[in-house]
Design a protein around this ligand. Structure first.
Ligand code: MRU
Length: 363
């Protein structure tokens, strides 16, 4: 069973406990967060990362921001809450789950405007805890639908009675969510059922989430994993070693364009060339129907040092110009299917997404 990425320890005066992912794979260390500034920093420097985990961390961050406020009346309390939400929203721009979680807490607070402030604070903590339970259920559902999809896809590995050979990029595993992951959820469900599965993990330059985090968590869970550098993806596909690609996403636009870790676009293009299905695991909290297409998704740019002296060793000449976008956008034409907790969406993805959200709002 994958480890817990984030949890709440203690009662209302407790702390948010998270795995400091910057230390993996050499050290498994937990960080107890008891103020909003430390949570902002943890999100910014990727101690906690991955779209769904960022959302949950932000919800706890909001609670930490207001739990000790002396504001006695609703209006002052709400002003402080909104200010804290704006602050947390500035930590990272691409994963829509961050904004989704903040809005969810703000809406919840507005719905309890007539209650005393201490009761409203309690609602915030309960809602953040609910997000963990929901995330677990969502990821498990993605795991079930994803495995069904693999089983029905007639993959070459399966036909020869071997194993599902899945390539993934970055980390959309347990450590990117509360516990089960999105892209890796079908892998965990398969492993639980004794279905042989083998993951090829792209190393994922420049911060090596694939090497440091995906390879680590799969090893911990006893799932066979082979690490490759990003520039080996074409070769493993050309050699017929990959049955399907499954990646996560930070934001899906209304037309099905998908933002994910830088390098995902290249993998998608390769998958098309080599006739390998390219699946994106996408919880509905990562879908942003307010953006018509992927060009509108804000892409985070990170500091040059991540490229020139990642992990403490200089690998480029001082002063060299660097471009370091943390995400890219894969156009919908490369996406074979989106795996959501409500089922599998097939192209045309714009129409499938519209349908999903229409049925969600009409109950
Ligand atoms: O910069 P990161 O490590 O937060 O990027 C994470 C990813 O790109 C994940 O694939 C994405 O957030 C989906 S997580 C289920």
């Amino acid at each position: 069973m994958p480890v817990k990425t984030i949890e709440w320890v203690g009662g209302p005066d407790g702390t948010a406990r998270l795995i400091d992912q910057t230390l993996l794979p050499t050290e498994l260390k937990y960080l107890d967060v008891s103020d909003v500034e430390t949570m902002w920093d943890a999100i910014k420097v990727l101690r906690i990362r991955g779209a769904p985990a960022i959302g949950i961390a932000a919800a706890f961050g909001l609670y930490l921001a207001v739990r000790n406020t002396r504001a006695g009346d609703y209006a002052t309390f709400k002003t402080e809450l909104d200010r804290a939400a704006q602050y947390l929203a500035g930590s990272r721009p691409t994963a829509v789950n961050l904004f989704w979680a903040l809005k969810r807490i703000q809406d919840l607070v507005a719905a309890h405007a007539d209650e005393p402030v201490p009761a409203v604070k309690q609602h915030i903590l309960s809602e953040a805890l609910r997000m963990i339970d929901e995330d677990n259920a969502v990821c498990r559902a993605i795991g079930e639908y994803g495995l069904e999809l693999l089983a029905s896809a007639g993959l070459p590995g399966q036909a020869s009675g071997l194993t599902y050979r899945i390539l993934t990029h970055c980390n959309a595993g347990g450590l990117a969510t509360a516990q089960w992951g999105t892209a890796l959820a079908p892998v965990y469900v398969a492993a639980e059922r004794g279905i042989p599965v083998h993951v090829y993990a792209d190393e994922t330059r420049p911060l090596l989430q694939g090497a440091r985090i995906t390879a680590w968590e799969l090893q911990q869970a006893g799932v066979p994993v082979t690490l490759i550098t990003d520039n080996m993806a074409a070769t493993v596909m050309a050699q017929g070693k990959i049955d399907a690609v499954i990646v996560g996403t930070d934001r899906v636009a209304a037309n099905g364009d998908v933002a994910n870790k830088i390098g995902t676009l290249g993998v998608a293009i390769l998958a098309k060339e080599f006739n390998v299905p390219f699946y994106v695991a996408a919880p509905t909290s990562s879908i942003d129907m307010s953006l018509a297409s992927g060009e509108l998704i804000p892409i985070e740019e990170r500091k040059p040092e991540e490229v020139t002296e990642g992990f403490g060793r200089r690998t480029a000449p001082p002063g060299v110009r660097v471009y370091n976008p943390a995400f890219d956008v894969t156009p919908n034409r490369y996406v074979t299917a989106l795996i959501t907790e409500k089922g599998v969406l097939r192209p045309p993805l714009g129409a499938s997404l519209a349908n999903l959200f229409k049925s969600a709002t009409s109950g």
